[in-house]
Design a binder for this molecule. Structure first.
Ligand code: ATP
Length: 554
């Protein structure tokens, strides 16, 4: 397919925010795509060149990209950077740069979707000597062949900023209409395969019959099941029923483990492939599980000398690591706690009751202490017993407990109500904003990612960065408030007079060398603006809450 056809369709999508209109544009377009090109087209229109769960990334440094744009357009790097700052979108800057040149040059061959996907996928596969030149060659080739409008989308795809607002639901609806398939079947298939580029081909080639036959397959991660929250054990019982299974809610990293023969693959909650970063987990799985299976687990970091658990932030350092993997592994090894199973040998288990899944786990897992273990769990309907178990989990430095109904299936991709978590609530903090960053793409004209600070002895001390919890309206409001307070600007980063106080919620306070207070908030989110306050909370209050967290746990 000509890339211009895809670019034209993306342009039409960008002109509307109405979901029904988007679905109709996409439906009409999908009907025209050849079946053998459907997969690459779906990837490209969602701004990707690899499936969601792939560990492969394009990974191009901005400097190299600017060089390629300069080579294709004739505009020098300084001018490109200047224009980028102004537009907030390197795609748009490229379009402008190329428009100036293209009037005088003729393109020989039209760009195709296959050419774009091939060149961009190849970018991630170079290593070693001459890599930079080869990458530069591939990007320049695309830009020289592209029209200015096409180049805009190519650049956005490379940067990962091509977001046309077609969510998962819109793609599902468009596939259903284009190929006359059942929406529910498409959704189910997507939750199992996590890849619309495969689901689309099944819809086009095999229809509902093919969708019904979609099964879990080793190596392709499944959307994880998530849980809801309750404040107390009693509420938990009311929600999930009695008796239920109660497990430690470990403070670690969710790992979906695929084992097939001697091959083991590990995926995070976001389905990133992290196999290479946790070699000890791969070894533990090989030792502890002899059959092929897909399990759901939590990897927890620990101190190998003291045999005590470490908080999640310690193992988060190991994610995305390419070097010093062994050193970090020796410092903070990970023990795998298995809590669910989705497939065993050739049999699907995700649709069976949890009590059966637990039974199978007990059968197939040979526990090796501090390597691979079943979750710590009890089955009870008794509140006192449950409360004691909750206290035990907190005393072992874990986050709380999970309470799960014993009869229900594993629902990939859903946040279910028949399984819940109970953990202590944290008090909110009032903090001042001392800096921010200009956003990207749609948010280019808004300040986002706000630096937060508390106070001690008249000095402001950083404690974290907040980028979530704000609606579009609040982004506009906060940008309007902060703009006149900007004192300096460097690149995309600004410093502001510390006059805006916000109430911030968070999951936990952690010790951190990153911020001057020595603490960092985990997952800070905006609760509200505190117009009534002109002083942030003190570092002493932060310390107090940090210590009481310890008390709750200890
Ligand atoms: P949180 O930030 O509280 O971990 P979440 O949004 O990542 O929440 P939820 O489904 O709400 O995910 O909470 C369950 C999370 O707790 C899982 O994603 C998993 O990483 C972790 N966890 C720890 N122990 C267990 C367990 N025994 N069963 C299920 N999940 C567990």
């Amino acid at each position: 397919m000509k890339y211009s056809e895809l670019a034209g369709m993306i342009e039409s999508l960008e002109r509307t925010t109405k979901r029904l209109e988007m679905t109709s544009i996409l439906t009409n377009f999908l009907k025209k795509v050849r079946k053998d090109e459907l997969s690459e087209v779906i990837l490209l229109l969602t701004g990707r060149v690899f499936p969601e769960y792939s560990s492969e990334v394009i990974g191009i440094a901005n400097k190299l990209l600017i060089k390629a744009i300069s080579r294709a357009s004739g505009m020098n790097a300084a001018e490109i950077i200047k224009s980028w700052k102004k537009t907030g979108d390197l795609g748009l800057t490229t379009k402008k740069a190329l428009s100036k040149k293209k009037q005088s040059t003729l393109r020989h061959e039209e760009l195709t979707t296959s050419k774009v996907i091939n060149n961009l996928q190849t970018l991630s596969r170079f290593a070693g000597k001459g890599t930079i030149d080869k990458k530069l060659g591939l990007i320049s080739e695309l830009l020289m062949q592209a029209s200015p409008e096409e180049a805009k989308y190519v650049i956005r795809t490379i940067l990962g900023t091509l977001r046309v607002g077609v969510g998962s639901g819109t793609i599902r609806d468009a596939l259903a209409q284009a190929f006359n398939c059942d929406k529910k079947l498409i959704e189910k298939a997507y939750n199992l395969l996590t890849d619309y580029s495969i689901v689309a081909v099944i819809c086009a080639k095999q229809g509902n019959k093919g969708l019904k036959n979609v099964s879990l397959s080793y190596g392709s991660p499944v959307k994880v099941m998530l849980y809801q929250k309750e404040k107390t054990i009693k509420n938990g019982f009311d929600r999930v029923g009695r008796p239920c299974v109660i497990q430690f809610k470990y403070d670690g990293l969710r790992l979906q483990v695929h084992k097939k023969g001697s091959k083991v693959m590990l995926f995070t909650r976001r389905l990133d492939n992290v196999t290479n970063m946790f070699p000890e987990v791969v070894e533990a799985v090989k030792k502890g599980i002899k059959v092929d299976c897909i399990t759901d687990c939590e990897g927890v970091g620990y101190n190998p000398k003291l045999k005590s658990y470490k908080p999640f932030q310690e193992i988060s350092k190991r994610i995305k690591r390419k070097y010093r993997i062994k050193e970090l592994m020796n410092e903070t090894p990970v023990v795998l706690y298995v809590f669910d199973i989705l497939k065993c040998i050739d049999e699907n288990y995700f649709n069976k009751p949890y009590k059966e899944r637990i039974k199978v786990l007990k059968k197939i897992i040979k526990q090796v202490p501090w390597k691979i273990e079943l979750v710590d769990q009890i089955i009870t309907g008794d509140e006192k017993e449950a409360e004691n178990f909750y206290k035990k989990a907190l005393s072992k430095d874990q986050e709380g407990v999970m309470m799960k109904n014993l009869e229900m299936p594993y629902k990939p991709g859903s946040r279910i109500g028949y399984g819940i978590k109970v953990k202590p609530l944290m008090e909110s903090l009032d903090l001042t904003i001392t800096g921010a960053e200009w956003g990207q793409g749609r948010r280019a004209n808004w300040l986002s990612s706000f630096i937060l600070a508390c106070k001690s002895n008249g000095k402001l001390l950083g404690i974290g960065k907040m980028g979530t919890g704000l609606s579009d309206k609040q982004f506009v409001e906060i940008t309007k408030k902060l703009k006149p307070l900007i004192t300096s600007e460097k690149g995309k980063t600004v410093k502001v007079k510390p006059l805006i106080i916000v109430e911030v919620g968070y999951e936990e306070i952690q010790k951190s060398p990153t911020y001057s207070s020595g603490y960092a908030l985990r997952f800070p989110r905006l609760i509200r603006f505190r117009q009534d306050k002109d002083e942030p909370d003190s570092k002493e209050r932060v310390e107090g809450i940090y210590k009481s967290q310890g008390k709750i746990k200890g």
